[in-house]
Design a protein. Structure first.
Length: 256
């Protein structure tokens, strides 16, 4: 199933090959249905950023175009790729304490092998009142089926720990980790990181991302149908708790 629906231009490329990310840029630029999804995501991320002093860091900029929505954003990647501001590791951020007002990311947290290190680093670099805002895969009965059958990354909601082996910047992952950390193990997160407030969890996109094919699969719906599918999801948004494939998660650093 995964090979059947895979995008022809990406076949044969290793997940950790920077050339794959460059090819995904082409996919994102040519797939107008998927491009509409990213524009909605970037609007959500931009709207979550507080009006205060400090820089804005995007982790894992990859194939995206967030700078169109957040002028001056510091783009980053874990490996060298053109048009990013800095190469860095999310577990060791090269910023001084309190120099950022936001860290934003799309499909990145579930690739960080030791998320506790990231939360500590973000808490050091972000000033009080600042946010970590992310869009990540989410675990529901529907999404678990879709991710296990159609996606190339591990999706393990039964994992006992938040950590996983670091096999590579993109190949190492657990797509269910955001749900594990902020839903299943929320009490653990709140105990270990009391300075972080889970301000918002918004499950969403039960159908549109799947129809878009994402950045790895072939598009299954024409661009002109995008508005229809968006309105259909809005009509049945009360089902998102059990059918969402993604969630917007916003953490805010508390004032001491």
């Amino acid at each position: 199933m995964k090979h059947l629906f895979s995008h022809s231009s990406l076949r044969g490329l290793e997940l950790d090959d920077p050339h794959l990310t460059r090819e995904r840029r082409q996919v994102l630029g040519s797939n107008r249905f998927l491009n509409c999804i990213y524009r909605e995501w970037y609007t959500l991320l931009a709207d979550s950023i507080p009006s205060m002093d400090g820089g804005i860091l995007e982790l894992g900029s990859g194939a995206g175009f967030l700078r169109e929505f957040i002028p001056g954003v510091i783009t980053s990647e874990i490996f060298h790729i053109s048009d990013v501001s800095v190469i860095l590791d999310g577990e060791r951020l090269p910023f001084t304490g309190g120099s950022l007002r936001a860290v934003v990311m799309t499909d990145v947290l579930h690739h960080i092998p030791n998320p506790r290190s990231f939360f500590c680093e973000a808490g050091r670099c972000i000033r009080p009142g600042g946010v970590v805002s992310m869009i990540e895969p989410w675990n529901t009965p529907w999404s678990k089926l879709a991710y296990n059958w159609l996606h190339h990354e591990p999706f393990l909601p039964q994992a006992l720990t938040w950590e996983f082996p670091s096999s590579g910047p993109l190949s190492g992952a657990n797509g269910a980790n955001p749900w594990i950390i902020f839903h299943r193990d929320r009490h653990i997160f709140e105990k270990e990181f009391p300075t972080w407030q889970i301000e918002r969890i918004q499950p969403m996109y039960p159908l549109r991302y799947l129809l878009s094919g994402g950045i790895s699969r072939r598009n299954l719906a024409p661009a002109w149908s995008y508005t229809f599918w968006r309105r259909l999801e809005e009509v049945f948004k009360h089902w998102s708790v059990r059918s969402a494939m993604f969630a917007l998660v916003i953490l805010r650093l508390k004032y001491q």
